[in-house]
Design a protein. Structure first.
Length: 146
């Protein structure tokens, strides 16, 4: 027969074990949010090493106009200033972690330089991040017009 103290201890242990996955998921959500922030900063001030550290080797980067780029094409466009972001603000962001992957959705509002002229940007974005070791890396991104 289980005594009252043992039952209470088991209940506390059970609650602690049940909370662990939620706490781990919350920690992963924060880590993904930090990775998204770091990627945004690296897109505004392109640095090849930082962009490579934040992206998976098999990155598929989709633009709202339908163009799809590899990791190398995405990074080259930023570093060589073929693609220039003057400002980026992310709004209404949601992060859903599923094991070693995370789905991030947000609204990207900002300004690019297109043909040397400022152009406003307002698009929806879905990103898929994957955990490699202890780092979160962008695996796929698809923008869409809204």
């Amino acid at each position: 027969m289980i005594e009252r103290r043992q039952a209470a201890a088991l209940a506390v242990a059970g609650a602690w074990l049940a909370a662990r996955p939620a706490a781990a998921q919350q920690g992963d959500q924060q880590a993904v949010a930090q990775a998204v922030h770091a990627l945004t900063a690296a897109m505004l001030q392109p640095d090849r090493a930082k962009l490579e550290a934040l992206t998976a080797a098999t990155l598929s980067y989709g633009h709202s106009a339908g163009k799809i780029e590899t990791r190398e094409e995405f990074i080259d466009a930023l570093v060589n200033k073929t693609s220039v972001f003057r400002s980026i603000t992310l709004q209404d962001q949601s992060i859903q972690v599923a094991g070693g992957n995370a789905i991030v959705r947000h609204l990207l509002v900002g300004e690019t330089l297109s043909g040397g002229q400022p152009a406003p940007v307002r698009i929806g974005v879905m990103q898929v991040w994957t955990k490699e070791g202890s780092d979160w890396k962008l695996l796929a991104r698809q923008a869409y017009r809204i």
